[in-house]
Design a protein around this ligand. Structure first.
Ligand code: DQA
Length: 169
């Protein structure tokens, strides 16, 4: 007689996302509130945590802020080793200057989404160009803290797309 096998209910894979905040974002709350709002970095992280708790896919967020280019590069360089699936990053001023950060994002082997609180395209001309965005799957700019939430959803959507089995030709 054939043994009956129970249908396997496969639980969805845990998505581990690293949220990276670049230089001066530790000052949010008091830094140029007319541009960035009065929200603090801790509050942004809290909003993101609350957002993932509403999802029906399991997502675990880790947070990292640094004012130092090398520290950001080192952290990005370790993402595969530390088993992250995706990066949500606000490179802040390094967006406009850092070839090394762009190279780190290109080399890290997992998708990243770039976010900005302010609309960098409506500000000074030197902010109109992002060196890091071409190394990311997408960019959200100008919605204050909602940029992070929108970017997070974009990233999760991208990660889920990559987990789908490919169509067989
Ligand atoms: C920023 C925009 C950058 O031009 C600026 O240097 C920042 C913050 C933003 O979130 O709007 O530090 O990335």
């Amino acid at each position: 007689m054939k043994k009956k096998t129970k249908p396997q209910s496969k639980s969805p894979k845990l998505l581990r996302i690293l949220v990276i905040h670049g230089p001066n974002l530790n000052l949010l709350g008091s830094r140029e509130p007319d541009i960035y709002g009065k929200i603090t970095l801790a509050q942004i992280n809290q909003i993101l945590k609350a957002e993932v708790s509403k999802l029906d896919v399991p997502v675990q967020l880790s947070f990292f802020q640094s004012n130092h280019e090398g520290e950001l590069v080192d952290k990005i360089g370790q993402v595969r080793h530390n088993k992250y699936e995706g990066i949500l990053i606000n490179p802040a001023a390094y967006t406009h200057t850092s070839v090394v950060l762009r190279d780190a994002l290109s080399a890290c082997g997992i998708p990243a989404v770039e976010v900005h609180l302010s609309n960098i395209y409506s500000r000074e001309e030197f902010r109109h160009h992002s060196l890091t965005a071409p190394a990311c799957v997408g960019q959200v700019s100008g919605f204050r803290e909602a940029s992070y939430v929108l970017g997070l959803h974009g990233l999760i959507n991208e990660l889920q797309k990559r987990m789908q089995p490919r169509d067989v030709m």
